[in-house]
Write a protein that binds this ligand. Structure first.
Ligand code: DGL
Length: 288
Protein backbone atom coordinates (compact mmCIF):
# COMPACT_ATOMS: atom_id res chain seq x y z
CA UNK A 1 0.00 0.00 0.00
CA UNK A 2 1.60 3.34 -1.01
CA UNK A 3 2.41 5.57 1.95
CA UNK A 4 2.59 9.36 1.97
CA UNK A 5 6.24 10.07 1.27
CA UNK A 6 8.29 12.61 3.19
CA UNK A 7 10.72 14.90 1.41
CA UNK A 8 13.25 14.10 4.14
CA UNK A 9 12.83 10.33 3.72
CA UNK A 10 15.99 8.49 2.65
CA UNK A 11 16.77 7.03 -0.75
CA UNK A 12 17.30 3.26 -0.76
CA UNK A 13 20.34 1.90 -2.60
CA UNK A 14 21.21 -1.78 -2.89
CA UNK A 15 23.64 -4.15 -4.53
CA UNK A 16 24.60 -7.80 -4.14
CA UNK A 17 27.53 -6.51 -2.10
CA UNK A 18 30.03 -3.69 -1.94
CA UNK A 19 29.94 -2.85 -5.67
CA UNK A 20 27.04 -0.43 -5.29
CA UNK A 21 29.33 1.79 -3.20
CA UNK A 22 30.72 2.98 -6.55
CA UNK A 23 27.23 4.28 -7.34
CA UNK A 24 26.63 5.60 -3.81
CA UNK A 25 29.84 7.66 -4.14
CA UNK A 26 28.36 9.39 -7.20
CA UNK A 27 24.94 9.79 -5.50
CA UNK A 28 26.48 11.47 -2.44
CA UNK A 29 28.22 13.99 -4.69
CA UNK A 30 25.21 14.58 -6.95
CA UNK A 31 22.57 14.88 -4.20
CA UNK A 32 24.28 16.68 -1.29
CA UNK A 33 21.08 17.20 0.71
CA UNK A 34 19.77 13.65 0.60
CA UNK A 35 20.07 10.79 3.07
CA UNK A 36 20.61 7.20 1.93
CA UNK A 37 20.16 3.66 3.22
CA UNK A 38 22.70 1.33 1.61
CA UNK A 39 22.12 -2.43 1.64
CA UNK A 40 24.90 -4.84 0.67
CA UNK A 41 23.48 -8.32 0.15
CA UNK A 42 26.93 -9.84 0.62
CA UNK A 43 25.57 -12.88 2.46
CA UNK A 44 23.79 -13.85 -0.76
CA UNK A 45 26.40 -12.66 -3.29
CA UNK A 46 27.32 -13.18 -6.00
CA UNK A 47 24.11 -12.70 -7.97
CA UNK A 48 25.81 -12.95 -11.34
CA UNK A 49 26.15 -16.72 -11.51
CA UNK A 50 22.76 -17.55 -9.96
CA UNK A 51 19.41 -18.10 -11.65
CA UNK A 52 17.32 -15.07 -12.54
CA UNK A 53 14.64 -16.33 -10.12
CA UNK A 54 17.15 -16.16 -7.23
CA UNK A 55 18.10 -12.56 -8.12
CA UNK A 56 14.43 -11.54 -8.46
CA UNK A 57 13.64 -13.00 -5.03
CA UNK A 58 16.58 -11.27 -3.31
CA UNK A 59 15.84 -7.94 -5.03
CA UNK A 60 12.16 -7.94 -4.03
CA UNK A 61 13.07 -8.98 -0.50
CA UNK A 62 15.47 -6.04 -0.06
CA UNK A 63 13.20 -3.51 -1.78
CA UNK A 64 10.32 -4.49 0.54
CA UNK A 65 12.59 -4.24 3.57
CA UNK A 66 13.74 -0.76 2.54
CA UNK A 67 10.20 0.45 1.88
CA UNK A 68 8.75 -1.02 5.07
CA UNK A 69 11.55 -0.40 7.56
CA UNK A 70 12.81 2.94 6.25
CA UNK A 71 9.91 4.38 4.20
CA UNK A 72 12.36 5.12 1.39
CA UNK A 73 11.18 7.74 -1.10
CA UNK A 74 13.11 6.31 -4.06
CA UNK A 75 15.09 3.19 -4.89
CA UNK A 76 18.37 2.93 -6.78
CA UNK A 77 19.21 -0.58 -7.93
CA UNK A 78 22.99 -0.14 -7.86
CA UNK A 79 23.55 -3.50 -9.51
CA UNK A 80 23.50 -4.32 -13.22
CA UNK A 81 22.63 -7.96 -12.50
CA UNK A 82 19.66 -7.16 -10.26
CA UNK A 83 18.44 -4.62 -12.81
CA UNK A 84 18.76 -7.09 -15.69
CA UNK A 85 16.90 -9.81 -13.81
CA UNK A 86 14.40 -7.98 -11.61
CA UNK A 87 13.67 -4.42 -12.73
CA UNK A 88 10.32 -5.36 -14.27
CA UNK A 89 9.10 -7.08 -11.09
CA UNK A 90 10.42 -4.18 -8.99
CA UNK A 91 8.56 -1.67 -11.15
CA UNK A 92 5.37 -3.70 -10.76
CA UNK A 93 5.78 -4.04 -6.99
CA UNK A 94 6.79 -0.40 -6.41
CA UNK A 95 4.82 1.48 -9.04
CA UNK A 96 4.39 4.45 -6.64
CA UNK A 97 8.13 4.91 -6.06
CA UNK A 98 10.75 6.50 -8.33
CA UNK A 99 13.03 3.62 -9.27
CA UNK A 100 16.39 3.81 -11.00
CA UNK A 101 18.12 0.77 -12.44
CA UNK A 102 21.36 0.46 -14.33
CA UNK A 103 22.70 -1.25 -17.42
CA UNK A 104 26.15 -1.53 -18.98
CA UNK A 105 26.73 1.84 -20.71
CA UNK A 106 27.31 0.43 -24.20
CA UNK A 107 25.66 3.35 -25.98
CA UNK A 108 28.05 6.05 -24.67
CA UNK A 109 30.90 3.59 -25.27
CA UNK A 110 29.89 3.27 -28.93
CA UNK A 111 29.83 7.06 -29.28
CA UNK A 112 33.36 7.33 -27.88
CA UNK A 113 34.99 4.46 -29.73
CA UNK A 114 37.19 5.37 -32.71
CA UNK A 115 38.07 1.80 -33.72
CA UNK A 116 34.42 0.74 -33.56
CA UNK A 117 35.22 -2.16 -31.23
CA UNK A 118 33.93 -2.05 -27.65
CA UNK A 119 34.65 -4.60 -24.92
CA UNK A 120 32.04 -5.32 -22.25
CA UNK A 121 32.85 -6.93 -18.89
CA UNK A 122 29.80 -7.95 -16.85
CA UNK A 123 28.30 -10.87 -14.98
CA UNK A 124 26.93 -13.95 -16.71
CA UNK A 125 23.32 -13.13 -15.70
CA UNK A 126 23.59 -9.57 -17.06
CA UNK A 127 25.03 -10.60 -20.43
CA UNK A 128 22.54 -13.46 -20.91
CA UNK A 129 19.52 -11.40 -19.88
CA UNK A 130 16.77 -10.56 -22.31
CA UNK A 131 17.13 -6.91 -21.27
CA UNK A 132 20.80 -6.71 -22.27
CA UNK A 133 20.31 -8.68 -25.49
CA UNK A 134 17.52 -6.28 -26.42
CA UNK A 135 19.80 -3.31 -25.70
CA UNK A 136 22.50 -4.81 -27.95
CA UNK A 137 20.03 -5.33 -30.79
CA UNK A 138 19.14 -1.64 -30.76
CA UNK A 139 22.76 -0.51 -31.17
CA UNK A 140 23.99 0.67 -34.56
CA UNK A 141 25.54 -2.13 -36.63
CA UNK A 142 28.67 -0.04 -37.20
CA UNK A 143 30.08 -0.93 -33.77
CA UNK A 144 31.16 -4.43 -32.72
CA UNK A 145 30.81 -5.54 -29.12
CA UNK A 146 32.98 -8.20 -27.50
CA UNK A 147 31.31 -9.59 -24.39
CA UNK A 148 33.07 -11.27 -21.48
CA UNK A 149 31.37 -12.74 -18.40
CA UNK A 150 33.72 -12.48 -15.42
CA UNK A 151 32.88 -15.40 -13.10
CA UNK A 152 34.68 -15.12 -9.77
CA UNK A 153 35.64 -11.46 -10.02
CA UNK A 154 32.83 -10.18 -7.77
CA UNK A 155 33.79 -12.71 -5.05
CA UNK A 156 37.45 -11.72 -5.32
CA UNK A 157 36.54 -8.02 -4.93
CA UNK A 158 34.23 -8.80 -2.00
CA UNK A 159 37.12 -10.63 -0.28
CA UNK A 160 39.74 -8.08 -1.40
CA UNK A 161 41.84 -10.95 -2.72
CA UNK A 162 44.45 -8.93 -4.66
CA UNK A 163 46.16 -11.96 -6.22
CA UNK A 164 42.91 -13.39 -7.53
CA UNK A 165 41.72 -9.96 -8.73
CA UNK A 166 44.92 -9.50 -10.76
CA UNK A 167 44.78 -13.02 -12.23
CA UNK A 168 41.10 -12.78 -13.20
CA UNK A 169 41.42 -9.28 -14.71
CA UNK A 170 44.41 -10.46 -16.79
CA UNK A 171 42.56 -13.59 -17.88
CA UNK A 172 39.31 -11.90 -18.88
CA UNK A 173 40.86 -8.94 -20.68
CA UNK A 174 43.17 -11.32 -22.61
CA UNK A 175 40.08 -13.33 -23.61
CA UNK A 176 38.52 -10.20 -25.15
CA UNK A 177 41.36 -9.79 -27.67
CA UNK A 178 43.63 -6.93 -28.64
CA UNK A 179 43.35 -3.49 -27.01
CA UNK A 180 44.56 -0.16 -28.36
CA UNK A 181 44.02 2.18 -31.28
CA UNK A 182 44.96 -0.16 -34.13
CA UNK A 183 42.34 -1.26 -36.60
CA UNK A 184 40.12 -3.95 -35.07
CA UNK A 185 41.41 -3.35 -31.54
CA UNK A 186 39.20 -2.56 -28.53
CA UNK A 187 39.66 1.10 -27.55
CA UNK A 188 36.74 1.37 -25.10
CA UNK A 189 35.99 -1.01 -22.23
CA UNK A 190 32.61 -1.02 -20.49
CA UNK A 191 32.59 -1.91 -16.80
CA UNK A 192 29.14 -3.51 -16.73
CA UNK A 193 29.14 -4.46 -13.05
CA UNK A 194 29.25 -1.95 -10.20
CA UNK A 195 32.04 -3.89 -8.46
CA UNK A 196 34.48 -3.38 -11.35
CA UNK A 197 35.21 0.38 -10.93
CA UNK A 198 37.01 -0.63 -7.72
CA UNK A 199 39.53 -2.63 -9.78
CA UNK A 200 39.81 -0.06 -12.58
CA UNK A 201 43.54 0.42 -11.87
CA UNK A 202 44.19 -3.29 -12.28
CA UNK A 203 42.15 -3.39 -15.50
CA UNK A 204 44.00 -0.36 -16.81
CA UNK A 205 47.31 -2.14 -16.22
CA UNK A 206 45.99 -5.05 -18.28
CA UNK A 207 44.62 -3.08 -21.26
CA UNK A 208 46.99 -0.12 -21.42
CA UNK A 209 46.57 3.56 -20.56
CA UNK A 210 45.08 4.61 -23.91
CA UNK A 211 41.96 2.45 -23.53
CA UNK A 212 38.95 4.28 -22.12
CA UNK A 213 37.11 2.62 -19.23
CA UNK A 214 33.45 3.52 -18.78
CA UNK A 215 31.05 2.84 -15.92
CA UNK A 216 27.54 4.11 -15.22
CA UNK A 217 27.87 5.48 -11.65
CA UNK A 218 27.69 9.19 -12.51
CA UNK A 219 24.97 8.91 -15.18
CA UNK A 220 22.83 6.92 -12.73
CA UNK A 221 23.33 9.57 -10.04
CA UNK A 222 22.39 12.33 -12.51
CA UNK A 223 19.33 10.37 -13.61
CA UNK A 224 18.25 9.91 -9.99
CA UNK A 225 18.57 13.66 -9.44
CA UNK A 226 16.58 14.37 -12.60
CA UNK A 227 13.86 11.91 -11.64
CA UNK A 228 13.41 13.39 -8.16
CA UNK A 229 13.49 16.97 -9.46
CA UNK A 230 11.40 16.66 -12.60
CA UNK A 231 8.87 13.96 -11.94
CA UNK A 232 8.62 14.19 -8.18
CA UNK A 233 9.48 17.80 -7.27
CA UNK A 234 8.21 17.30 -3.74
CA UNK A 235 10.74 14.54 -3.19
CA UNK A 236 13.93 16.49 -3.85
CA UNK A 237 15.55 17.88 -0.70
CA UNK A 238 17.03 21.28 -1.45
CA UNK A 239 18.32 22.18 1.97
CA UNK A 240 20.49 20.37 4.52
CA UNK A 241 18.48 18.10 6.82
CA UNK A 242 19.49 19.99 9.93
CA UNK A 243 20.90 23.44 10.45
CA UNK A 244 24.65 23.42 9.92
CA UNK A 245 26.59 20.92 7.89
CA UNK A 246 25.73 17.27 8.14
CA UNK A 247 28.91 15.16 8.11
CA UNK A 248 29.06 12.95 5.04
CA UNK A 249 29.22 9.78 7.13
CA UNK A 250 25.92 10.64 8.84
CA UNK A 251 24.07 10.84 5.53
CA UNK A 252 24.14 7.08 5.02
CA UNK A 253 23.03 4.13 7.14
CA UNK A 254 24.68 0.90 6.06
CA UNK A 255 23.19 -2.59 6.32
CA UNK A 256 24.52 -5.94 5.17
CA UNK A 257 23.44 -9.57 5.06
CA UNK A 258 27.15 -10.44 5.32
CA UNK A 259 29.72 -9.35 7.90
CA UNK A 260 29.21 -5.73 9.09
CA UNK A 261 32.97 -5.32 9.74
CA UNK A 262 33.71 -6.18 6.10
CA UNK A 263 31.28 -3.55 4.83
CA UNK A 264 32.79 -1.01 7.26
CA UNK A 265 36.24 -1.73 5.79
CA UNK A 266 35.00 -1.37 2.21
CA UNK A 267 33.26 1.93 3.04
CA UNK A 268 36.45 3.23 4.65
CA UNK A 269 38.64 2.05 1.78
CA UNK A 270 36.51 3.35 -1.07
CA UNK A 271 34.47 6.23 0.34
CA UNK A 272 36.80 7.33 3.14
CA UNK A 273 33.90 7.20 5.62
CA UNK A 274 33.59 5.68 9.06
CA UNK A 275 30.57 3.41 8.90
CA UNK A 276 28.94 1.32 11.58
CA UNK A 277 27.15 -1.17 9.39
CA UNK A 278 24.26 -3.10 10.89
CA UNK A 279 23.16 -6.64 10.20
CA UNK A 280 20.25 -7.11 7.81
CA UNK A 281 18.62 -9.85 9.82
CA UNK A 282 16.35 -12.29 7.96
CA UNK A 283 13.64 -11.74 10.58
CA UNK A 284 13.63 -7.99 9.95
CA UNK A 285 13.11 -8.51 6.25
CA UNK A 286 10.09 -9.24 4.10
CA UNK A 287 9.62 -12.98 3.70
CA UNK A 288 7.30 -13.28 0.69
N1 DGL B 1 27.54 -5.34 -8.58
C1 DGL B 1 26.77 -6.35 -9.26
C2 DGL B 1 26.48 -5.89 -10.70
O1 DGL B 1 26.54 -4.72 -10.99
C3 DGL B 1 27.44 -7.68 -9.08
C4 DGL B 1 26.56 -8.86 -9.28
C5 DGL B 1 27.02 -10.12 -8.61
O2 DGL B 1 26.85 -10.22 -7.40
O3 DGL B 1 27.51 -11.01 -9.31
O4 DGL B 1 26.15 -6.68 -11.55
Amino acid sequence: MPQATQVTAPIGVFDSGVGGLSVLRALLAELPHERFIYVADSGFAPYGTQSEAYVVERSLHIAHWLAEQHRTKALVVACNTATAAAIQQLRQGFAHMPLVGMEPPIKPAAALSRTGVVGVLATRVTLASHKFQHLLERMPGTVRYRLQPCDGLVEAIERQDATKIRALCAHYTAALGQFGHDNGAIDTLVLGCTHYPFVADVLRDCVGPEVRLIDAGQPVARHTHHLLATHQPLLLSTAPMTSGTVPLGQRVDFYTSGQPAELDQAVQRWLGLDAKAQALTPTAAHTD
